[in-house]
Design a protein around this ligand. Sequence first.
Ligand code: PLP
Length: 423
Amino acid sequence: MVPGTFFLALASVTGNGERGIRSHAGYTMDSDFEQYLRTRLEDWRSNGLDRRIREVSHRKAPSTMELGGRTVVDFSSNDYLGLAAHRGIQEAAAQASGTDGMGSRASRLISGSLESFRRLEDSISQWKRREAAIYFSSGYQTGVSLFSAIAEKGDIILMDRLIHACLIDGARLAECPWRTFRHNCMADLERKLAALSEDAGFKGRVFVATEGLFSMDGDEGDLRGLVELKRKFPFVLVVDEAHSGGITGPCGRGLAAREDVESQVDISMGTCGKAMGVAGGYVAGSSSLIEWLKQKARGWMFSTAPPPAIAAALLKSIEILSSGEGDRLRRKLLENISAFHASMGTSGPSCSPIIPYIVGDEKAAIDLQERILGQGYFVGAVRYPAVPKSRARLRITLSAAHSREQILGLTAALRKLGSQPGS
Ligand SMILES: Cc1ncc(COP(=O)(O)O)c(C=O)c1O
């Protein structure tokens, strides 16, 4: 690929429609740009990095899906508690769309904010034990909006190297520099914090971000280590509880609650499409933080509010997470995690439903995924850029909805077809 072709191609799309080729949809695409895209796709494919979007006919049952005309067990979703197919949540959603319609019609700033979103945000803040909360239509939008709203010129953002893309993208949009520290390495972070405190020219704020449970490796963020560092250096601590929310801590409040450091986490963010079984994301924190985000968070201000059905579904989901049913589902998930490790003879983090099965080579990971699918089990295959190059893996996710038989079936297939996780 010749550097600069991209810009040339774009210029000719806008400047010279006659050189374009007409597709069956009647759309004229510049031929250089089209050729450029084809070459890039070919490179992408030949490196084993192309994504195949599989069409799922139905997901009627909590732990299975219909794929390619047959029913397979789903070990790829983030529905850790099986709430995506919960009858009570479905009914709450159906009732709300009957009352308030399907679409929300506009941004909450423009067209008024439905009462159910205020109730949802109150419910999130009570559940998370924070003064206030703000709800976004996706976890990605939450992450991408956060730093671009709160970090200003002169500040700096330090993030764990394995932090999710949404926080990286948000940091890219912020008007200040961002750096990473080695994954869960408090010594590396301490060195960076010490250098900033010794830099007489640095007068800004420091933001430090990590995750409760890392999405691709399934290990926990070192929240206690971070809180220790907070005693030595001033910084604003941000924890993304996307994968730990719902599954751990009292009422599923997350890792900070389980580790008893909740009050030291300044900004708690999470997603509602994983253990909560619905969709969206939130930030929970002080009233001023949330008020500021409502003034400045672009993913909230400039986007149509999610459907009213989602707010109703999430209110029900939080009610379940905080109830005895939530406790029972979390216990079942832990039993399933133990059953998996006992059967594989492995000892991954005992509370993590995310099990990385490292394959290394990108094409080999896809090949193993296909062979396991042949046995009736669908697992995710994760490759660059979601993980570093040559660290491709199967990402196996367990749920409270899985039966013991389903888990033992998967482990038997893995033993037959693959090597040990983490090898
Ligand atoms: C750690 C983390 N944060 C945020 C997100 C984004 O959440 P959503 O899928 O709701 O957009 C994800 C998604 O996988 C994630 O893993």
